[in-house]
Design a binder for this molecule. Structure first.
Ligand SMILES: C[S@@+](CC[C@H](N)C(=O)[O-])C[C@H]1O[C@@H](n2cnc3c(N)ncnc32)[C@H](O)[C@@H]1O
Length: 270
C-alpha cells in the first residue's frame, strides 16, 4: 500500500529489501516514520510510530481517530479552482499562522494534506522560524489520496503515535521489539544539499548519536535496522553492524549530479 503523503526519502520502492532485513518481533518501533511506508507494508502485532515533525504526528492521530469524517473534509480542500498559486499561498500563510488549540491543530492537519499534494516535489521544509516555505508545485491534476488515507486509518487503530526526538522514542523499546530507523541521510558529498525536514538539521553528530543508541539497544537484546547512504563516514559509524548494500536511483534532487544511482545501506545492529 502506498503512503497517502508524498515524502522525500520515502521507502515505498525499497520495501522488499527492508522486509528481507527486518527481524521478526512483536512490535515495530519507527522513530523516523515519515510517510509510514514501512508501517503500511509490514505486519507486526503492534507499532510505535514517531517523528520529530509535530504536524505529521497530529495529522496521523486525527486520521486514526476520525477516519472518513476527516478524509471527506480534507477532500473539500481539493475542490475545483484550488489548484492555483494564489489559493496555495493563501493556504500556506493560514497554515503558518495557526496556533496550538485543538481546533487550530485540526485545521492545520487538513491544510497539510492540501499543501503536501500541491507544493513543489511534495517537499516538507520549514524555515528557521518553523514556517513551512515550499513553493507552489504546478501539478496538472493533484491526486486526492482517499483510498490510501482509509487504509492508513484501518491499520492505525492500535498504533501509538509520538512526537519526539528519536533517542527518547528508542528509550521505549523493550525485548520483543524491533526498531527501524530511517533518518535524514548523510550527504553524499560535502557540497550535496541537505533535504531539510524540520527546523533542526540532522548533522553528523546526530548520525553518530543514532548509531551509538542502536548499539546500546542491541546490547539490551533489541535489534535495530538503520537505512542510510553507504559513505565512508557511515561505514565507520556502523562498524559493529551487519551491512547490506545496494544501488538505488535518486528521485528528489535539485542537482542533476545527485540523481545518479547512489549506494544505500541497511545496517542491522543485533
Ligand atoms: C527519510 S524521512 C523518513 C521516511 C520514511 N521512512 C518513509 O518511508 O516515508 C526522515 C524523517 O525523520 C524525521 N526527523 C528528522 N529529525 C528527527 C529527529 N531528530 N528525531 C525524529 N525524527 C526526525 C523527519 O521529520 C522525516 O520525517
Amino acid at each position: 500500500m502506498r503512503p497517502f503523503l508524498k515524502w522525500a526519502g520515502n521507502k515505498y520502492r525499497l520495501i522488499d529489501r527492508i522486509r528481507e532485513v527486518l527481524p521478526a518481533g512483536q512490535r515495530l518501533i519507527e522513530p523516523f516514520v515519515g510517510s509510514g511506508a514501512v508501517f503500511l507494508n509490514t505486519d507486526y502485532d503492534g507499532y510505535i510510530l514517531a517523528d520529530a515533525n509535530p504536524d505529521l504526528i497530529h495529522l496521523y492521530r486525527l486520521i486514526r481517530d476520525e477516519g472518513d469524517l476527516f478524509i471527506e473534509e480534507a477532500r473539500t480542500f481539493f475542490a475545483s479552482g484550488t489548484n492555483d498559486g494564489c489559493v496555495y499561498y493563501a493556504r500556506r500563510e493560514e497554515f503558518n499562522a495557526l496556533g496550538v488549540t485543538p481546533e487550530a491543530i485540526r485545521r492545520k492537519a487538513l491544510l497539510f494534506i492540501y499543501l503536501n499534494r500541491h507544493c513543489f516535489n511534495g517537499l516538507c521544509r520549514y524555515n528557521r522560524k518553523g514556517k513551512f516555505n515550499v513553493p507552489f508545485g504546478r501539478y496538472t491534476r493533484p491526486y486526492f489520496p482517499a483510498a490510501e488515507m482509509r487504509e492508513f486509518h484501518a491499520r492505525a487503530q492500535n498504533v501509538r503515535f509520538l512526537h519526539d526526538d528519536f533517542a527518547a522514542v528508542m528509550e521505549q523499546a523493550r525485548p520483543g521489539d524491533v526498531v527501524y530507523c530511517d533518518p535524514p541521510y548523510v550527504p553524499l558529498s560535502e557540497t550535496a544539499r541537505f533535504t531539510s525536514y524540520s527546523a533542526d538539521k540532522f548533522g553528523l553528530a546526530q548520525q553518530l548519536r543514532l548509531a551509538r543508541k542502536a548499539e546500546e539497544l542491541a546490547r539490551r537484546g533489541i535489534p535495530v535496522v538503520i537505512s542510510n547512504h553507504h559513505t565512508d563516514f557511515i561505514r565507520r559509524a556502523y562498524a559493529v553492524a551487519n551491512l547490506t548494500t545496494f544501488d538505488v536511483p535518486r528521485r528528489i534532487s535539485c542537482n542533476a549530479a545527485t540523481r545518479r544511482p547512489a549506494k544505500e545501506v541497511l545496517a542491522l545492529f543485533c
